[in-house]
Design a protein around this ligand. Structure first.
Ligand code: FPP
Length: 259
């Protein structure tokens, strides 16, 4: 990614800019509880959550993080009421139209992670527009997980490999970790360094199961609509305080690892 270190504004002096996580993933949780606490509707909770999305993208860009993955709608979220599902997709479309100029101006590339099948036509149109318009940007990748499930992603990768094997393009004995990683939805960012979850819940919820194998997990006690740049910095400081061993000894440095 084309980050110029000198231009980076340090948001928090505690952050060591030489050991930033390259890929941050966020499970945005707590919109409903935030709304209930304030006597608001769930729709208002999600609306307030959209502000957190903007702040997370802005802060990651200002710091010089390469990629930010956001869990916006899971394969399990279809179980919510039709009203809430419609609200979420309407909100995503509204967000795209409101923020696209700013996103593009800052040279952020928006990418999609999930299954296109089953998405409302309007959401597909707006997402495709956003992806195509920003496809040449290289300052940072903002990867939105929509109709996404970690198990579904691995099943899709397995099916693609099985198709290739059946067609004689590969042999079963050639299947290895790299081959699976290359068939993930966004294959050029196969590793997450830092996984953040808000609302205090200690769950992975089927998010990026392959990519988080060696991620540091930071659970923040705040609800997603209260997420701000300081919360992101707090998570990065916690991440930088960890000793990442990747299954090896404390001094082990993994090739390409940022911390
Ligand atoms: C979790 O809160 C949040 C979601 C299911 C969706 C995340 C969506 C947004 C932040 C809205 C905007 C998104 C984009 C990409 C613009 P919850 O409803 O599970 O909260 P609860 O657990 O407190 O009920």
């Amino acid at each position: 990614m084309e980050t110029a270190k000198k231009e980076q504004r340090v948001l928090d002096p505690r952050i060591d800019m030489d050991r930033l996580p390259r890929h941050i993933a966020i499970i945005m949780d707590g919109n409903g509880r935030w709304a209930a606490r304030l006597g608001k509707t769930r729709a208002q909770g999600h609306e307030a959550g959209a502000r957190g999305v903007r702040l997370a993208i802005e802060a990651c860009r200002e710091l010089g993080v390469d990629a930010l993955s956001l869990y916006a709608f899971s394969t399990e979220n279809w179980r919510r009421s039709a009203t809430e599902v419609n609200t979420l997709f309407r909100l995503m479309s509204k967000y795209i139209h409101k923020e696209i100029d700013e996103i593009d101006k800052h040279r952020i590339r928006v990418r999609f992670m999930g299954r296109w099948e089953g998405l409302p036509a309007r959401a597909v149109k707006d997402l495709r527009y956003c992806i195509e318009r920003t496809q040449n940007n290289r300052a940072m990748d903002a990867i939105v997980a929509i109709n996404y499930g970690g198990r579904a992603e691995l099943a899709d990768a397995a099916r693609a490999i099985a198709d290739d094997a059946a067609a004689g393009r590969l042999r079963p004995q050639d299947v290895d970790e790299q081959m699976i990683a290359r068939r993930l939805y966004v294959p050029d960012h196969p590793e997450v360094d830092l996984l953040i979850r808000t609302s205090g819940e200690m769950r992975i919820s089927n998010f990026m199961l392959w990519q988080i194998s060696y991620a540091e997990i930071v659970v923040l006690p705040i609800l997603w609509p209260d997420f701000d740049k300081q919360a992101l910095c707090d998570a990065i400081v916690a991440y930088q305080g960890r000793s990442r061993r990747f299954g090896g000894r404390p001094e082990t440095k993994r090739k390409g690892a940022s911390c």
